[in-house]
Design a protein around this ligand. Structure first.
Ligand SMILES: C[S@@+](CC[C@H](N)C(=O)[O-])C[C@H]1O[C@@H](n2cnc3c(N)ncnc32)[C@H](O)[C@@H]1O
Length: 272
């Protein structure tokens, strides 16, 4: 089932992550992804550890990006094997960690059969894929008995009393531009626990982490890089002009920065 909701009344874009936005060959793209990983890896790895990440496990890291979680699973948690799946595996190929198997594949490929796993983790991937509900189903189907599926994606707790700051307008323009370009949608993220339950998983639970947005910190750097490379698309929404984007970028570096930035919801469940 394709998510057919239409935020703002416009149809979801049919472009693709890595082709129409966030092209991996663009200078600085892996640094942008790494800045996000630096912010969220402590939350992700803590939760994976609590869910039993450790020796003896065969893991699938979905949309592995630069491979920080795949590497942690092998080097810190001691997993036996990690399959790191991504459409773009240039950054993963050079990791050279024993036990890592790099799989260049498209999650949207219905014929994809990577095997079965004790732990499957996908972070900041499903939100960018219009077929996310169907993909949750397929990921759940790749779990071994007793295996755990962990989904992490962005959530926002916007200050609804702020209707006009450069920060707010630019963040809103970003979500709209992502939707219009590639169909990114975070509105279904709070439904992930229900999706996991619908797939017959047990011990389903979820949590939200909102790391602080500090001037010049890794999270601010991530948004700075994201907004900078999306600038034409942000301005094309009509919500912001060049001066507003400049002001929002400067705000990310300013001691006056005082925002509850976007966070990450993690939902997990276990195959009986
Ligand atoms: C925002 S990055 C997140 C990377 C990593 N999971 C992390 O949290 O650091 C999204 C990743 O998903 C990958 N991706 C996007 N669409 C994909 C698809 N259809 N199939 C496989 N990977 C995809 C991208 O290439 C990119 O590495």
């Amino acid at each position: 089932m394709t998510d057919s909701r239409i935020p703002g009344g416009t149809p979801a874009g049919e472009g693709r992550y890595g082709e129409d936005l966030f092209e991996p060959e663009r200078p600085g793209e892996s640094g942008r992804v790494d800045a996000g990983a630096l912010v969220y890896d402590p939350f992700t790895t803590r939760r994976l550890r609590m869910l039993g990440a450790g020796p003896g496990l065969r893991c699938l890291e979905v949309g592995a990006g630069t491979g920080t979680v795949a590497r942690w699973l092998l080097e810190e948690a001691g997993a036996d094997e990690v399959v790191a799946l991504d459409r773009e595996t240039g950054a993963l190929a050079s990791l050279g960690v024993p036990g890592l198997r790099v799989l260049t594949a498209d999650l949207a490929d219905e014929g994809l059969r990577p095997g079965t796993f004790d732990l499957i983790h996908a972070r900041f991937v499903l939100m960018h894929l219009p077929d996310r509900r169907r993909i949750v189903s397929r990921l759940a189907g790749w779990l071994s008995p007793g295996g755990t599926l962990v989904l992490g994606d962005a959530v926002e707790l916007p200050d609804v009393l702020d209707t006009g700051s450069a920060y707010r307008r630019t963040m809103d323009a970003m979500w709209q531009a992502l939707w219009t370009a590639i169909g990114t949608d975070i509105s279904a993220v709070p439904a992930y626990p229900r999706f996991l339950r619908e797939e017959g998983l047990r011990n389903v639970a979820a949590e939200v982490c909102c790391p602080p947005l500090l001037p010049g910190g890794p999270q601010a750097r991530f948004w700075y890089e994201t907004w900078s490379r999306m600038r034409p698309a942000l301005e094309a929404t009509g919500r912001v002009d060049s001066d507003v984007v400049d002001a929002a970028l400067a705000h990310l570096d300013s001691p006056r920065l005082a925002e509850l930035g976007p966070g990450m919801a993690m939902a997990w469940g276990q195959r009986p």
